[in-house]
Design a protein around this ligand. Structure first.
Ligand code: F3S
Length: 63
């Protein structure tokens, strides 16, 4: 699984950080760091994070 976060959409709601803290980290209000290549054991958490993001900023690609 590959992900891209549209940082122009991200408003720092941090649902992703809460649901998948090993993939998403928030620095400050809007500086979101993330792991683009999601490890297999994090895939389900990332799916939940993508669904939970209020502005649909997390784009999920399957491989
Ligand atoms: Fe941003 Fe959505 Fe996460 S707004 S901080 S990508 S929950």
């Amino acid at each position: 699984m590959q992900i891209v976060v549209d940082l122009t959409r991200c408003q720092g709601y941090a649902q992703c950080v809460f649901l998948a803290p090993e993939v998403f980290q928030l620095h400050g209000d809007e500086a979101l760091l993330y792991t683009p290549a999601v490890p297999g054991d994090q895939v389900e958490r990332v799916r939940q994070a993508a669904a939970a993001c209020p502005v649909q900023a997390i784009l999920v690609g399957e491989e």
